[in-house]
Ligand binder design. Sequence first.
Ligand SMILES: Nc1ncnc2c1ncn2[C@@H]1O[C@H](COP(=O)(O)OP(=O)(O)OP(=O)(O)O)[C@@H](O)[C@H]1O
Length: 289
Amino acid sequence: MRRHDHGSSASPASEAKTGNAARVDAETDGSERAGAETGGRGEREETAVRLRGVGKSYGKGHTAVEALRGVDLTIGTGELVVLLGPSGSGKTTLLNLIGGIEPASAGTVEVAGRSLAGLDEDARTAYRRDAVGFVFQFFNLVPTLTAMENVRLVAELVDGERGGRRAGRGRRRERAREALESVGLAGRADHFPAQLSGGEQQRVAIARAIAKDPELLLCDEPTGALDLETGLGVLRVLQDLNRRGRTVLVVTHNAAIAAIAHRVVRMRSGEVVDVATRAVPADAGEVAW
Ligand SMILES: Nc1ncnc2c1ncn2[C@@H]1O[C@H](COP(=O)(O)OP(=O)(O)OP(=O)(O)O)[C@@H](O)[C@H]1O
């Protein structure tokens, strides 16, 4: 099994900064599980995300804000990681950097072994479009399109841009149907967003995110606008997708969601202050808040 350099790459300084000696072990855990899948051409990278010394600042002078400060974090392929922290601690900023929505001010962000810093605007757009699925708090569905059309829209955009990989219309419809099925909504394909509950709308948004078969699913407060029951339905879908091999990063205020994570990352004031591993993540069905 190919092994990672987590032990050596996590410098004493960064360990001291996170104040968490378990961090290196926790990272090794994730890569070992994923490592079994790697080793040859065409196989998956064992590290999904690697951040080293990542900083992000906004503005200048007396209005400058340091949203992220020296963040080191590794996410193994196939992990479900929950990122917790109070408002303003930098969670969304971190997600946006990993998703290529904005560039880091310092340090390196690598996804599936490729550095995002070297990408020009076109390559960054292609990366966002092809490699990352985004799920937001307020679903962001197009209200005048049905569930199926919302999902297909993204599949068509992606196919339209991916030279040489154009799928036929039938194949795109099939892929969209598969995505809706995988979130338990095949029966609601022809409903408009207003005819769906909040939880169902979020599941359509998840179907839309996975229809393009992204390497990474980035979720920002995916249950934030939902009541307990519908929120748990969404968590079940995310856990199910993760169990089928997808890497999932969930940003949330809701500490109860941490129960389903392989690893829980806590942030405060732009820094990672703790990383904890769960030997056996809870079933989403067992979570309550
Ligand atoms: N575009 C921006 N311009 C200026 N400051 C920003 C910008 N985006 C974020 N910030 C600041 O960066 C810090 C981190 O914000 P971020 O949204 O990442 O926090 P968060 O942990 O996701 O918070 P919340 O849970 O409230 O969404 C905050 O102080 C915020 O005001």
